[in-house]
Design a protein around this ligand. Structure first.
Ligand code: ARG
Ligand code: ZN
Length: 885
């Protein structure tokens, strides 16, 4: 069943007050709900509440039990016939959290009872109007066994608590802010906590608490300092203060996503909150910082101002991702953060935008909303907010967000209102810009240029086109900001457009943002003394693909001299991509073994390595060849085998040409130096580990020794994992023997740390050495694996199918389609237990149209097999059916 945005209608009733009594017993939980309903307009004939997997025990209106003619109950909800204008509905239901494997609603993760209600999980707790535009005052009383669950939490402030008969106790919480039920949360369990305080700008004293299992108490410091940094940052950058006396974070092991912004009681996947140097990589530390900030920022962008309906999801997610990205940029290196985010966008989101699930950041329809927590809604949504922020400039953008928060505080609104605030605060006409909200697909810019020596004129012609997507064939032109500069022999050229007067020119006139609004537009620059190299789409100023015929010499110029750090990186990527594409050609002609790459790439890398002024993290990123996924995204028809071997060949060439420089980096590093998760230290490690990775492609005995030495002596997981990875993925025979022992020893050492075990599993799943499918199948039988835990499923199955393209697409020696069949079997096994996670696993199969003959057909066959499965979940059904159409 498809839901359409155009069918939106406001609710006929609101729920002014919600009182819940949640009584947790072993194996079953009873939920008593007292809901104060008020009709808003004409009284309807019937009122339907959402409810799923609930056993209704009692029902009454204004204290009078209903008889069976007054209501109807089925597996989707509860319909009240002829409801009064204003009434209190009391229901009592029984639910089974211990048996709830969907991890939606109230469920049990190890020893902890917790909730996940976004998007539509509250209906698995009690009958309710489960939609974000119904906002209510919540009082929640939780009771449970005092020994099993000494900690009882819900949203807001604790207003009561005490002991009960039979070894039980209770706590009552009141949330003073009205909220939609998707922000409801409840936690009960035996949890330890760390506590800190934060004083807001206006002087409110806030208690900060992070609840974890006792054994994880030593992994909370980073999340706590990230939280305090985020609270300060939101005050300084957006003028947003926290609004309750207490802010709580709870870590649970079983969680479908990263974390959830429930009012005053955020619930996190342990992977996004726990961190300590010995067990967590630099990337892990940065993820914790980013996700803690993200959830905290939702308190304003999501909770105080929420979504009218789920089509507006990007209103809160796109904006909040933009906010957390800017926060991380301010805490660490801005360009590094930008490069990392763009890499994710261009591989994963662009692929989504080119596939059967393509949708605009504000979709017009969906079958299952859980399927729309996508890279498009989050990452592309953030890019759209970033374009707005750049078009308005810092002062007007701040005026606009102030206006948005002030105007809509306590409301459930749409993306229209967000853009309206941008228009009202800045006076800009954003009519055309709004097309970013309802047209899917990645626009492609084709740029050509012309230089007229005589007239000293340089003209850039930019054409835009956007491929058809399922919801829309003909695209109207987007409003696209193209940040740019021009590089000449001696540096960046002064820019003056032909229609500009000299007085309008900014002081630094080497940088310009061209606003493309037509299908084709020409921009003419005057007084240009020489033919320049254009630096286009600086900072990745718009989520588009860009074509311009750069020579390798042009790319070298940009890589070495552009003032825009992002475009220096981008020039390296383009140069590397061109080199890998040459190698792919050689692969297809069966001449890869003799192939010698063009030397420009190595020349550029050498100059970069010798430039001591470069940020080492940027250097590492610039030296990183484009991922197989990114290369694939650039191919019309994907040949994963050619991509893998071509990329590997170029990498090995780089590694051997620059071996001396790389060896210097690795041996100069002191593995015992004290660990800090600061950006300059992270930078050093990332460059050193990139160098180690290159060396270990064709290692000498000395390289192998360096690697083993790092593995043995590392005092932090970043270095330990980098060495283990380099060793495990090395094809050298001696290295392979060492790798087997190292993997065993690593597991022995870390088997009691689930988050480290996840990394151990993921490393083996993405190891490209042939035989990965057999290794993965063996891992599923390993005691470390747990087929009900999303983190484990992701570490093994998702990583294998998404990050090990060579093995996923080649299967086994006898059965080339074995990878596809393996995935389909895993999806079928999971689908009835946890449909949200099952549906997410389907993604790699949805791209079947991009693969050559046999492969594409074999992938399609597995989708068909899923489609034929009786009782497939709506989640999986939506993705499978859209992919086959
Ligand atoms: N709002 C959460 C976040 O982005 C995501 C929760 C989504 N949950 C889900 N089951 N789809 O921070
Ligand atoms: Zn979010």
């Amino acid at each position: 069943k498809t839901v359409y945005l155009k069918d939106y209608a406001p609710p006929s009733y609101i729920i002014e007050k919600t009182e819940l009594d949640v009584d947790i017993y072993k194996g079953e939980t009873f939920v008593l709900a007292r809901l104060q309903f008020q009709c808003l307009d004409e009284r309807p004939q019937a009122l339907t509440l959402d409810g799923e997997a609930l056993e209704l025990l009692d029902i009454a209106i204004d204290g009078k039990a209903l008889d069976s003619t007054q209501y109807r109950c089925d597996h989707r909800g509860l319909t009240l016939h002829n409801p009064p204008e204003r009434f209190v509905l009391t229901t009592r239901v029984r639910i089974l959290p211990e048996q709830n494997t969907s991890l939606e609603g109230l469920y049990r993760s190890r020893t902890i009872y917790c909730t996940q209600c976004e998007a539509e999980g509250f209906r698995k707790i009690t009958y309710y109007l489960d939609r974000p535009d119904v906002m209510s005052d919540f009082i929640t009383r939780v009771s449970a066994d005092k020994n099993e669950c000494p900690i009882l939490l819900s949203n807001g402030n604790k207003i009561d608590g005490g002991d009960l008969d039979g070894g039980r106790h209770f706590a009552t919480w009141h949330d003073p802010h009205k909220k939609p039920c998707y922000l409801f949360a409840l936690v009960a369990g035996d949890l330890a906590k760390v506590e800190d305080r934060f004083r807001t700008a206006s002087g409110r004293e806030v208690t900060l608490q992070i609840f974890v299992e006792e054994k994880d108490l030593d992994k909370c410091d980073h999340a706590m300092s990230s939280l305090k940094n985020a609270m300060r940052w939101d005050e300084q950058v957006y003028g947003r203060e926290y609004d309750l006396d207490i802010f709580m974070i709870v870590a649970v092991d079983d969680f479908n996503m990263g974390a959830m912004e429930n009012k005053g009681l955020n619930i996190f996947n342990t992977s996004c909150v726990l961190a300590k140097p010995e067990t967590t990589t630099d990337a892990g530390f940065q993820r914790v910082e980013g996700v803690v900030a993200h959830e905290y920022f939702h308190n304003w962008s999501g909770n105080r101002v929420t979504c009218r309906d789920w089509f507006q999801l990007s209103l809160k997610e796109g904006f909040t991702v933009f906010r957390d990205a800017e926060f991380s940029a301010d805490m660490g290196s801005r360009t590094v953060k930008r490069v990392e985010d763009v890499a994710v966008l261009r591989t994963l989101q662009f692929a989504e935008d080119a596939g059967p699930m393509a949708h605009p950041i504000r979709p017009a329809s969906y079958m299952e909303i859980s399927n729309f927590y996508t890279l498009t809604i989050y990452e592309k949504g953030a890019e759209v907010v970033r374009m707005l922020a750049n078009l308005l400039g810092p002062a007007d953008f701040r005026k606009a967000t102030d206006l948005y928060f002030e105007r809509h505080d306590g409301q459930a609104v749409t993306t229209e209102e967000f853009v309206q605030a941008m228009e009202d605060a800045s006076g800009r006409d954003l009519t055309q810009f709004k097309r970013w909200y309802n047209q899917a697909g990645t626009p492609r810019l084709s740029v050509t240029d012309e230089y007229d020596q005589e007239q000293r004129r340089y003209s850039l012609t930019i054409r835009q086109s956007t491929p058809a997507t399922p919801e829309c064939a003909e695209k109207l032109a987007f409003h696209i900001p193209v940040a740019m500069g021009l590089l000449g022999e001696a540096g960046e050229l002064a820019l003056k457009l032909a229609d500009e007067s000299l007085d309008d020119l900014p002081e630094d006139n080497t940088h310009r943002v061209l606003e493309l609004t037509e299908t084709e537009q020409t921009f003419v620059f005057t007084d240009i003394p020489e033919k320049p190299v254009p630096s286009l789409l600086r900072g990745f100023s718009a989520p588009v693909k860009l074509d311009y015929q750069y020579s390798r010499a042009d790319l070298a110029t940009l890589a070495l001299h552009d003032s825009d750090g992002f475009n220096r990186y981008e020039a390296c990527q383009k140069l590397a991509l061109a080199t890998i594409q040459d190698a792919m050609l050689a692969y297809q002609q069966d001449t890869l073994a003799e192939f010698v790459p063009d030397s420009t790439l190595v020349q550029v890398y050498r100059l970069l390595l010798e430039d001591n002024s470069l940020d080492q993290a940027m250097l590492a990123l610039m030296l990183n060849l484009p991922s197989e996924a990114y290369i694939a995204e650039e191919q019309e028809v994907i040949d994963p085998v050619a991509i893998h071997f071509a990329r590997r060949q170029v990498a090995a060439y780089v590694g051997s040409e620059l071996a001396e420089l790389f060896r210097l980096r690795v041996s100069a590093y002191d593995p015992t130096r004290e660990y800090r998760a600061q950006s300059d230290d992270i930078a050093l490690r990332s460059m050193k580990n990139a160098a180690l990775g290159y060396l270990m492609l064709l290692p000498t005995a000395e390289d192998l020794h360096l690697c083993l030495n790092q593995l043995a002596r590392a005092n932090n997981m970043t270095d330990e994992m980098a060495a283990l990875t380099a060793l495990v993925c090395c094809e050298d025979n001696t290295a392979q023997e060492q790798a087997r022992d190292a993997l065993t020893a690593f597991y022995q050492k870390w088997q009691d740390e689930p988050l480290v075990v996840n990394q151990w599993l993921a490393l083996q799943a993405r190891n490209p050495i042939p035989g990965a499918l057999e290794r993965v199948q063996a891992l599923l039988q390993h005691p470390a694996y747990d087929g009900n835990n999303p983190n484990k499923i992701r570490s093994v199955i998702s990583v294998f199918c998404n990050n090990n393209p060579l093995n996923f697409h080649t299967g086994t020696a006898d059965e080339p389609d074995a990878g596809y069949r393996f995935l389909a079997e895993q999806i079928l096994q999971l689908d009835s237990k946890n449909p949200q996670i099952a549906a997410r696993l389907i993604t790699p199969l949805t791209r079947w149209r991009r693969y050559t003959g046999d492969r594409g057909q074999a992938m399609r066959l597995q989708l068909q097999r899923l489609a034929d499965q009786p009782g497939l979940s709506p989640d999986s059904y939506e993705i499978v059916s859209k992919s086959l159409n």
